[in-house]
Design a protein. Structure first.
Length: 131
């Protein structure tokens, strides 16, 4: 389902992230563990969108991945990638954003399910349904 973002909100990075969380949570696509309350703030720094998650973000992701434990490692990786890159791809749709970096509680993230989140991530068009 496509979610319409009002044009006045199109360039508001925080509203983009929150709209994505709301849309994914209501569609049953896998964001159930994440909520609007998990977002500390979103801002732009030198062409990089920064999503600062509140403490507990990685625990929620790991918990969601544990529910998928009956699935293969590739299925879990695909699930996790779709969560992370939905944020990256949504924000890098804006022409002035080249990368997305995430932190938790102001701290650099590490490796989660074979994706290193300690550096800014580039857009990955292969992980979206319409590219």
């Amino acid at each position: 389902e496509n979610k319409i973002v009002p044009s006045s909100d199109e360039y508001d990075l925080t509203k983009r992230v929150l709209t994505l969380i709301d849309a994914q949570g209501s569609s049953g696509l896998g964001f159930a563990p994440l909520s609007r309350d998990d977002v500390e703030r979103v801002y732009l720094a030198d062409g990089i969108a920064v999503i600062e998650w509140k403490e507990g973000f990685t625990d929620k992701l790991k918990e969601a991945l544990s529910y998928e434990s009956a699935e293969s490692a590739d299925t879990r990786h695909s699930f996790f990638s779709s969560i992370i890159y939905s944020f990256v791809n949504t924000l890098t749709e804006l022409p002035y954003i080249k990368k997305v970096w995430m932190s938790e509680g102001g701290e650099k993230l590490g490796m989660i399910n074979r994706i290193y989140l300690g550096n800014a991530l580039l857009r990955s068009p292969g992980l979206t349904g319409n590219e």
